[in-house]
Design a protein around this ligand. Structure first.
Ligand code: NAD
Length: 255
């Protein structure tokens, strides 16, 4: 039961972040949502579960906007007990053609934002000697694919940050772990299916090929399943899970 706890989920107006926010709210937590797009719909959906819910529009590629987000959380809820670093973007191109500004943006959003949120959340967690930091990495935090250099570098970096923070908090009630999902059917992946379908003219085939290349189960992971795994990491049963990079990938990294 997470009643009385406050959770911040970055990038939670859509996809995996929204799925995790819903599970945390169901368990009783107050929620700070973040991200672009239809934030009113996300707030309405998460609010159905009863806790207090706010949305903050911080662009997490900017340190000063993350600092402003934490100011608001401090005033509204006091502090962050559960931090889920989920905001992320993708760009697919060979390294020699990779747009420089996209590289910088991916490193900023998918990796550096987690450094900023972690450094800002930890003092409050230490004061209460309880906290959960869950970094949404990827199968690409453990293995690579061609044409995703920035994403793979950022996600491997996020797994590394997870381990360092886990060691720095090892004797406290704060844990820090990474989740490494395989394919989840969200807007981020739909874009990749669409660009394959454009090339081949067959959307169903594109969806099948995307799974068949990497994910032995041939099924997508569901955002709600990642939400359940996050709830487990928030439980006392998981208090000695520290610095893990936990796969939920339909067998992707077993190969
Ligand atoms: P998504 O595109 O559905 O959601 C991304 C969220 O991040 C949105 O809420 C968006 O508004 C927000 N966002 C983007 N840029 C932002 C910024 N600068 N500041 C604040 N918010 C920002 O994507 P998703 O698939 O749900 O991805 C969520 C996370 O899961 C990402 O870190 C992604 O790398 C990771 N992941 C996804 C998959 C997958 O198959 N979908 C697999 C492994 C890991």
């Amino acid at each position: 039961n997470l009643t009385g706890k406050t959770a911040l989920v970055t990038g939670s107006t859509s996809g995996i972040g929204l799925g995790i926010a819903l599970k945390l709210a169901e368990a009783g937590a107050n929620l700070v949502l973040n991200g672009f797009g239809d934030n009113e719909a996300a707030v309405a959906q998460v609010s159905q579960h009863g806790g207090n819910v706010i949305h903050h529009p911080a662009d997490v590629s900017r340190a000063e906007e993350i600092e402003a987000l934490f100011e608001v959380i401090g005033q509204t809820f006091g502090a962050v007990d559960i931090l889920v670093n989920n905001a992320g973007i993708q760009h697919v191109a060979p390294v020699e053609a990779f747009p420089v500004e996209r590289w910088d943006q991916i490193i900023a959003i998918n990796l550096t934002s987690a450094f900023h949120t972690t450094r800002l959340a930890l003092p409050g967690m230490r004061a209460r000697n309880w906290g959960r930091i869950v970094n949404i990495a990827s199968a690409h935090g453990l293995v690579a694919s061609a044409n995703k250099s920035a994403y793979v570098a950022a996600k491997h970096g996020l797994v590394g940050l997870t381990k360092s923070v886990a060691l720095e908090t090892a004797t406290t009630g704060i844990t820090c772990n990474a989740l490494c999902p395989g394919w989840v059917l969200t807007p981020l992946v739909q874009q990749q299916i669409d660009s394959r379908a454009q090339a081949s003219g067959n959307a169903e085939q594109a969806r099948h090929d995307l799974l068949a290349e990497k994910q032995p189960s041939l099924e997508f992971v569901e955002p709600a399943q990642l939400g359940e795994l996050t709830l487990f990491l928030c439980s006392e049963a998981a208090s000695q899970v520290r610095g893990a990079a936990w796969s939920m990938d339909g067998g992707w990294t077993a190969q």
